[in-house]
Design a protein around this ligand. Structure first.
Ligand SMILES: Cc1cc2nc3c(=O)[nH]c(=O)nc-3n(C[C@H](O)[C@H](O)[C@H](O)COP(=O)(O)OP(=O)(O)OC[C@H]3O[C@@H](n4cnc5c(N)ncnc54)[C@H](O)[C@@H]3O)c2cc1C
Length: 330
């Protein structure tokens, strides 16, 4: 009998899970409550680790066909410290509008049945929970994310500018556009009534760079963002959590989508082959535990205002390497 797998969520984790489960011979039903394509708050930086996973799913050529912007350099600004380095392999910038549509379209073309409404998450068969971030935080102490696209001079570099409690990243995406995305504490955003143009105007380095560019989309805001300290242990024998539903890594790492695509792909294979949730989870732990723990530690350092000091001693390229996922299982 052909195994049947249900998937909740059609973002990078859910769509990758669908493609993977289909490759392993399952029938797939995927539930997505939003209308695609849609913009989403995200830095839209895809780390190099997505390549082996996309190759395994046989979608690397489709990804390159979307003409993602190659990213070859990184720049980190923390207080007065500025660190720059080159990436050994290119990362890529591609809008979520384009990436998420590409993945969901491929899942549908390869045979997934896409059901355009919400799923409650209860099940009697294998179910992949790829419904995104979860969690709440007390009002006043929350963190929100924001993003917009800009036109203007493009660089093959992602600049990350850290400030008290948050950061802003600026990086290229397809069609010579630039993504500007960040996160900040609720109190600092409330002080400008969530007017993000005013907020970025108060950060001199960002203001200077944006003064040469024109905003082409409205600011999207999302939150609250609850960063996970570790991977959430699955609680059900038949439910494979993947992507942000498994754990939400601090976005400054640029590892969120790679984690979602990797865990989605592993979950799809495991559910299709009848492998236990427990063995799937231990595979995820091998690939993701170190970057999650280090990202959590770095956030603590940021919150205490020590990032400036740490950045003087730890080369930024080392910090970047330490927060990469390891797609061992692929
Ligand atoms: C400010 C910010 C910046 C970021 N920058 C980066 C970056 O530069 N690089 C990077 O790699 N990552 C980044 N991330 C992280 C990245 O966005 C996530 O890790 C990624 O979106 C996770 O994919 P996912 O498929 O798990 O979840 P999602 O992309 O959230 O997809 C979940 C999907 O499930 C659907 N859904 C939810 N509930 C249901 C339901 N009950 N029934 C049916 N459908 C449902 C939703 O509509 C959604 O489409 C950033 C995140 C934030 C907040």
């Amino acid at each position: 009998m052909i195994p049947a797998v249900q998937i909740v969520g059609g973002g990078p984790a859910g769509a990758s899970a669908a493609i993977s489960a289909l490759l392993h011979g399952a029938q797939v039903e995927l539930f997505e409550k939003s209308t695609f394509p849609r913009h989403k708050v995200c830095g839209e930086f895809l780390s190099p680790e997505v390549q082996p996973v996309f190759e395994k799913l046989d979608i690397w050529r489709h990804f390159l066909g979307k003409l993602p912007a190659p990213i070859r350099r990184m720049e980190l600004r923390i207080g007065s410290a500025v660190k720059q380095w080159s990436l050994p392999e290119p990362a890529y910038g591609l809008s979520r509008f384009s990436l998420d549509k590409m993945l969901l379209d491929l899942a549908a073309e390869r045979g997934a049945r896409i059901i355009k409404h919400s799923h409650k998450g209860s099940t009697t068969g294998p179910l992949i929970l790829a419904a995104g971030r979860q969690g709440s935080a007390p009002k006043g102490h929350r963190i929100f994310g924001f993003k917009a696209h800009f036109s203007g001079p493009v660089e093959d570099c992602v600049s990350l500018c850290f400030f008290s409690g948050g950061y802003i990243g600026i990086g290229p995406i397809e069609n010579n556009a630039t993504n500007v995305c960040g996160l900040a504490r609720e109190d600092t955003l409330t002080a400008v009534r969530f007017d993000i143009d005013s907020f970025v105007d108060n950060i001199p380095l960002v203001k200077d760079r944006l003064s040469r560019m024109t905003r082409t989309t409205r600011w999207l805001v999302t939150g609250p963002l609850i960063m996970s300290t570790s991977l959430r242990k699955p609680r059900h024998d038949l439910i494979y959590p993947a992507g942000d539903a498994l754990s939400f890594i601090d976005p400054f790492t640029g590892s969120g989508m790679a984690s979602a695509i990797l865990t989605g792909s592993l979950a799809g294979a495991a559910a299709a082959r009848g492998r236990s949730v427990e063995s799937y989870f231990s595979e995820c732990r091998k690939s993701l535990s170190q970057p999650f723990e280090l990202a959590h530690l770095f956030r603590r350092v940021l919150e205490r205002g020590w990032a400036d000091r740490v950045a003087r001693f730890i080369p930024a390229s080392v910090l970047f390497r330490m927060t990469r996922i390891h797609p061992f299982a692929i």
